[in-house]
Design a binder for this molecule. Structure first.
Ligand SMILES: Cc1cc2nc3c(=O)[nH]c(=O)nc-3n(C[C@H](O)[C@H](O)[C@H](O)COP(=O)(O)OP(=O)(O)OC[C@H]3O[C@@H](n4cnc5c(N)ncnc54)[C@H](O)[C@@H]3O)c2cc1C
Length: 442
């Protein structure tokens, strides 16, 4: 256990929110000796989760865009500890990490034993996992998109399905690869749009021999009456038009009843044959949150927090991002599980926590909905931006919308590395694109 010299802030989860917070607190507090900041994550590297559908489609290489926690920690004066967070002892103010294991050719090699880390202030930012809503067969037969490993698995399965299809076609039947995406929120829709380009690019490079438009079918299935049910109708209508132009089929208003290995059955009796099924229909808090020494969680297994982001059960434990249920009184709901919310809350806590450890009163977090942008492939996007006065939103579509969509990620990079590095990084990515295929080919 570390020696206790100054206030110990432990942040668990280095995702869209947690890594920004650790970086800001490292610079503001740890560098000046005002606190000891530790970030814990189960992985050694960070990737911004909203890019996972691009990883799944092969249009983004996670190894190029990843941030190495150890390097980020060294450059920003915080400490990084790799491990799977499995428990809290609130009285002793310690968290518990599972043994760190390295798997090599199916063999597990123990690197570190179970450990405890002491804290004075604990911040939980461990994100969310896929919610299959107990739909029969969904967990067994549908792929989730929670991690880089999930996204890479989907990408490899897609390529192998495309390559194998001609050999598997029966008799004179056309070879077919049928992809079904269950859930037409932002993730499902963005993945569907990316996949059409993926199929075409892989064909252009000779990876497979199918007709990318005729032989690769992409179907999005949504239980609500329209795709993107959480967004304004105009955004939903424009997105549906763009998806149709990309040859994506949409089934709406018919919830999925059962997922089998190669077929999806809906409550309305539809029967959708599939070779690859992806589930993007909802999220919930990770299971560990329900086991944390009496910390109150909601039905969706998120930590119940006040608007200060302090947990309702313990003022020294904060939670934010997808893993927290934070009230949004203006709308009468909780703050939505989105990267922009995690970013705003990280910025808020970077200012609030120094006050907290100095014994001052805490401010109240006010979520500002800046609107939503949905990327449709690599050149266009659709969405609404707030700011039209009296809570009105402005509709956007096209290249400008796509640029604004990309700027969300750029803001994350700025928060991690500063403006100069973020600009150089953007330039480096652009230059790199001139010498590599747009899609990962293997
Ligand atoms: C494909 C996709 C597209 C999306 N697109 C958008 C978008 O366009 N706009 C938008 O606003 N939002 C989008 N989102 C949602 C957005 O990604 C999340 O809201 C955001 O990442 C939440 O940030 P977070 O910090 O709470 O959690 P995350 O970014 O998920 O980070 C959680 C971190 O905790 C770590 N962790 C988890 N469990 C443990 C554990 N037990 N022990 C140790 N570490 C742990 C993980 O490794 C991870 O690093 C998208 C999500 C997906 C999947």
């Amino acid at each position: 256990m570390q020696t206790h010299t100054s206030h110990r802030i432990v942040i668990v989860g280095g995702g869209a929110g947690g890594l920004e917070l650790a970086t800001q607190l490292g610079r503001r507090l740890a560098r000046r000796g005002k606190a000891h900041v530790t970030l814990v994550d189960r992985n050694a590297t960070h990737i911004w989760k909203p890019m996972l559908h691009e990883v799944a489609a092969g249009s983004l290489d996670p190894y190029i865009h990843q941030v190495q926690y150890a390097a980020q920690a060294r450059w920003n004066a915080f400490h990084f500890e790799q491990g799977d967070f499995v428990g809290i002892d609130r009285a002793a103010r310690t968290i518990r990490l599972a043994p760190l294991v390295f798997s090599d050719s199916g063999e597990d090699i123990a690197l570190l034993p179970e450990r405890e880390i002491a804290y004075d202030t604990l911040v939980l930012a461990i994100g969310s996992t896929t919610n299959f809503f107990n739909v029969e067969g969904a967990e067994q037969h549908a792929l989730a998109l929670d991690t880089v490993a999930d996204a890479e698995r989907f990408r490899r399965l897609l390529i192998s399905a495309l390559v194998r299809a001609p050999a598997q076609a029966e008799g004179n039947a056309r070879p077919l690869v049928r992809v079904a995406i269950i859930g037409a929120g932002a993730t499902g829709v963005e993945l569907a749009a990316e996949l059409r380009t993926t199929a075409s690019e892989l064909r252009d490079f000779g990876v497979h021999k199918l007709d990318p438009w005729q032989d690769v079918t992409i179907t999005v299935i949504e239980g609500n009456p329209r795709i993107l049910p959480a967004l304004p109708e105009r955004v939903s209508v424009a997105t549906a038009r763009l998806l149709s132009e990309l040859g994506v089929s949409m089934i709406t208003g018919d919830p999925v009843a059962k997922v089998e290995e190669s077929v999806i059955r809906t409550q309305g009796g539809q029967y959708i044959p599939t070779d690859l099924t992806v589930w993007t229909a909802g999220i919930k808090g990770p299971a560990v949150l329900g086991t944390l020494d009496g910390l109150e969680v909601t039905r969706g297994n998120q930590i119940a927090v006040h608007q200060t982001l302090q947990s309702k059960s313990d003022p020294n434990i904060f939670a934010f991002g997808d893993c927290a249920a934070c009230p949004w009184p203006a709308i009468g709901r909780n703050v939505p599980p989105r990267a922009q919310a995690a970013h705003q809350q990280a910025t808020f806590l970077a200012k609030a926590l120094p006050r907290h450890i100095a014994g001052g009163s805490l401010p109240i977090f006010q979520y500002r909905d800046l609107g939503s942008l949905i990327s449709i492939g690599q050149v266009t996007a659709v969405g609404n931006l707030m700011g039209g006065g009296a809570g009105k939103s402005v509709f956007l579509e096209g290249f400008l919308a796509r640029m604004m969509y990309v700027s969300l990620y750029r803001m994350h990079v700025v928060a991690l590395t500063g403006v100069t590095h973020a600009l150089l990084d953007a330039l480096a990515q652009r230059l790199r694109k001139t010498s590599v295929p747009r899609i990962k080919l293997h």
